[in-house]
Design a protein around this ligand. Structure first.
Ligand code: CO
Length: 137
């Protein structure tokens, strides 16, 4: 049901600084993208199958800003690819997972995404990413 690891999301205070740092580690970076509905500006840094999503808040009260205020910068979520996100949401709910989104939302690159509450998964925020028609890479 759950597919391969799609990316790891990392909350950062300043996206440009974070991108520069990952570049210095040898990660090529995609151009930043703003997802207004999520209140974030983000950039993917990718090396082979390894993909990190660096996330900066564009609003003082956004989810990433609140995360950083509470816990500091660092790992925010793990994302796994699923072939059919609506089915994945239904399957996870049936298994008792607290899926935050009853309907998938449009995330990075226009992909359909949904989140599972960290309470359901030992403190880890899980993102589901539908791959296929909406997957641009
Ligand atoms: Co993500």
């Amino acid at each position: 049901m759950i597919g391969r690891l799609h990316h790891v999301g990392i909350a950062v205070a300043r996206l440009d600084e974070a991108v520069a740092k990952y570049r210095s580690l040898g990660f090529p970076a995609d151009p930043p993208e703003t997802v207004e509905s999520e209140g974030v500006r983000l950039a993917f840094v990718t090396e082979g199958d390894t993909r990190l999503e660096l996330l900066e808040s564009i609003r003082p009260d956004g989810v990433i800003a609140r995360f950083i205020a509470k816990r500091g910068e660092g790992m925010h979520h793990v994302a796994f690819a699923v072939p059919d996100i609506r089915k994945a949401i239904a399957d996870l709910r049936a298994k008792g997972f607290q899926v935050i989104d009853s309907e998938p939302r449009r995330g990075h690159g226009g992909r359909l995404v949904a989140f599972v509450h960290p309470r359901s998964l030992h403190g880890v925020l899980l993102e589901l990413v539908q791959e296929g028609a909406t997957e641009r890479r």
